[in-house]
Design a binder for this molecule. Structure first.
Ligand code: SIN
Length: 396
């Protein structure tokens, strides 16, 4: 029997509405993951594989995902990694709020794809809901069942998000509707698979009475967006042991843009003031959400040019939802980090990738904050050499 770990973090799926007939007024993150799971399997046939899977549940956090914090990300990454490392675990499901689910999915994807372990083939399935748990039309139970069904599917691999019968890849998915029951889209690349589980859909490809997952594409799994070579990479536990992650801020380019915010971010006096108050004040990176093909308003450009010599890595992205940028050559900043590596990522995901890259890569050694000093030593020649799989693509 396949074992699936379900990790609860809160969200609307665990939400409670004082008036069940009003699904708009509610409090997110009220119910525990064990009770949500028990409630959602109640209507399933006795023979349903989802009902018969070996399930363990764990409450990693209980928050509205708009408030996602580094502490919750570190705890979640550590637990997802720990579950995947268990040989009897076939996959992990993460119950999450919709608001930042795409960011958590990409964080898990980018972090887990920075190492060379066979566990990378197991699926990590995020799921969520748009309606609180106690309203008659709650969508959480179906989404949670679907997520476990996907995690049990032999073709499932990598980090995906399941909502409203669709399976999306972490890299592509974005919440594009604020209130729709299916708020997610993978844009022109489309969903990876569909979960057919309503009774009238069972006839399409599934044995009688059984729901099924229909794959529309071959999942890319944890094929890294980009990856530092093994000897230039810190171990993944660096990410949950580090007291802080490198500080990376975002700047938007738009009509009538001014450089006020950027000037404040790069101003040494403001930085000195911030240093007195913040745990991790040194600005290490800037992600620019540019227009079109990563272009930037002329009022921002001079300051952006000054950022790199100040030790701030600048990554240019596009605010266009479909990405599709073409960058000539990319700007190389260090051996393992270049702007072209972030092509196609939304500004939010590029920011996550840059934070992880700065912490994981020895190439950013000189930029690491003193509080990360213990992680900053490059490997000693006597240290075990990380093994790399033959199919692993290098980066540089
Ligand atoms: C949240 O993101 O935790 C609340 C909103 C939602 O789940 O849809």
């Amino acid at each position: 029997m396949k074992k699936i770990c379900i990790l609860g973090t809160g969200g609307t799926m665990a939400g409670w509405a004082p008036n069940p007939n009003d699904p708009v007024l509610y409090q997110a993150a009220q119910l525990g993951i064990q009770s949500l799971w028990e409630g959602c399997i109640a209507p399933l046939d006795a023979a349903d594989p989802v009902r018969n899977a070996e399930i363990c549940t764990e409450q990693v956090a209980q928050i509205d995902s708009k408030d996602m914090s580094l502490e919750v990300w570190k705890a979640l990454l550590r637990r997802v990694h720990g579950c995947l490392m268990q040989s009897d675990v076939a996959g992990v499901v993460v119950a999450h709020g919709t608001d930042t689910a795409e960011e958590t999915a990409f964080m898990l994807h980018h972090a887990l794809s920075q190492q060379d372990q066979p566990m990378l083939t197991k699926p990590v399935v995020l799921t969520c809901a748009m309606r609180p748990a106690n309203v008659p039309t709650a969508d959480g139970p179906q989404n949670l069942r679907d997520a476990v069904r996907v995690a049990l599917d032999p073709q499932a691999t990598g980090v995906v998000l399941v909502c409203a019968g669709e399976v999306h890849e972490a890299r592509a998915v974005q919440k594009v509707y604020a209130t729709a029951l299916n708020p997610f889209s993978s844009g022109i690349s489309g969903p990876l698979a569909r979960v057919l589980s309503a009774p009238n859909e069972r006839i399409r490809g599934a044995p009688d009475g059984e729901a099924c997952v229909t794959w529309l594409k071959r999942p890319a799994g944890l094929t890294p967006t980009h990856q530092a070579p093994p000897m230039r990479r810190r171990p993944i536990k660096t990410l949950w042991e580090a007291p802080e992650w490198p500080r990376v801020e975002m700047v938007w380019s738009h009509a009538l843009a001014s450089d006020w915010a950027l000037r404040a971010l790069l101003n040494p006096e403001v930085s000195a003031e911030a240093q007195k108050r913040l745990a991790n004040p040194k600005l290490m990176g800037l992600v620019v959400a540019g227009t079109g093909n990563c272009t930037v308003h002329e009022s921002l450009e001079p300051l952006l040019q000054q950022a790199a010599p100040m030790g701030v890595k600048v990554v240019r992205t596009t605010r266009c939802l479909e990405g599709g940028v073409h960058l000539e050559g990319g700007v190389h900043i260090g051996e393992a980090l270049s702007t072209s590596a972030y092509q196609g990522l939304s500004p939010f995901k590029a920011r996550i990738a840059l934070m992880i890259d700065l912490l994981i890569s020895y190439d950013s050694l000189n930029l690491i904050h003193p509080r990360h000093a213990e992680f900053s030593k490059p490997p000693h020649p006597a240290d075990p050499i990380p093994r790399s799989r033959p199919d692993q693509q290098g980066f540089g």
